[in-house]
Design a protein around this ligand. Sequence first.
Ligand code: ATP
Ligand code: MG
Length: 440
Amino acid sequence: MTKKTIAAQKYNVDNSQISADALYIIEKLQENGYEAYIVGGGIRDLLLGKEPKDFDIVTNATPEMVRKVFRRNSIIIGRRFKIVHVFFDNVNPNKLVNNRPILERHIIEVSTYRSNKVHKHTLSEHGRIMVDNNYGTQKEDVIRRDFTINALYYDPVAEKIIDYQNGLKDIENKCIKVIGKARTRYIEDPVRMLRAIRLSIKLGLSIDKDSLKPIEELKHLLLNESRGRMYEEMLKILLSGYSVECINALIKLDLPANTFSLLDRVFFKPKPDQLALNILAKTDLRLKENPDVSLVFILSGLLWTNIYTDYQELLTKGDSARQSFYDSISMQKDFAYYAGIAKNMFNNISDVWLLQLELEFPNIKRVDKILGSPRFRQAWHLYTSRHEVNQVDPIIYNWWNSYIEAENEEKIKLLEELADITLIGKITTKKKRKRSYTNR
Ligand code: ATP
Ligand code: MG
């Protein structure tokens, strides 16, 4: 393995393209006598002419040493291995709350070089790495990374790129290549197979023949992954900006049942849920312009058809609409937890669902309260997606659409119109409900 050091200028990369916060961290670490580089997606995406999602930093300083440099602006977090989060509270002049700009926390991950040394006792019975916190040198760090294009180190102070694995050549060839023997590296960590697929789609790269071949044989290993990790990986897919293409690739890959519990139920069998696909397509489009998308909305949309199917079934048994709806939400709870959704997230999603009933059966006395509820925007997007698959009464949908835009007098007129719409009052139980939307 030979180390090549190349002037970043040759690839039209310079430090004006990286975030001021990342540059500050690197300067500060170097001033303290440590090595520090941008690694992974940050430099890879710049070289590919794309805007990086974030800038991960790698250093030879241990997490404790990094903490000493950034003190109160940093914390050590540790899951499979310890890393440091260095945070910055920046003013965002474009986001106002009560007419004042707000502070936004920007977190940069700083990790320590890791070693490739794998002790026998750290492997599970499936050959998977269980303990992964040996610190190492840069040379060791390179070969424990997944792909050659992810193993480039950029020093923005010296404006140099370090390449041990011909990653620059693979960037030029637009090719994802596993470092080392692909089969072994996938067995070590099966999630790398999913990363190869997601990154190839997101970045428009091909997967090298030898890196692609073992996937079919080894895909079943993903079943041994923890639910938490699969959930994280699912989020990366959903928020990649290319989720529809990724889902289609996963459908084609034909993963064993239950590899991704949630995606499995929504997209894989027997056929993909159209409403969920529409929601992903919208999210992909939105992400092209704005990185700020709501995960609550996406997840509420993916699980909506389950809720709605159960709801309709319960209705046929003669329960009231409200009761059937509450029951269908609680029936979904266990599955959602099983699929990796945390309790807090499920509660937020439930709020979006509960608002569907309010939207579908508007109650004159509550419409303004509904409009002001913190989850209204997400609920409205879901309601609109339901409208697009003809799942809601178009008269009511159009009424809301006008009401949202209306000014004072027009609103009064619209409320009078609403009173004439026959459905009103059919299922709302008024005083019986104590839940307040405005408090959540
Ligand atoms: P993204 O644009 O999705 O952030 P990324 O490549 O930066 O892509 P991260 O999950 O942020 O992905 O990981 C940062 C770097 O850590 C990767 O570029 C890669 O070098 C290394 N890495 C991440 N996951 C693995 C893995 N499962 N095995 C080996 N190396 C990994
Ligand atoms: Mg990254």
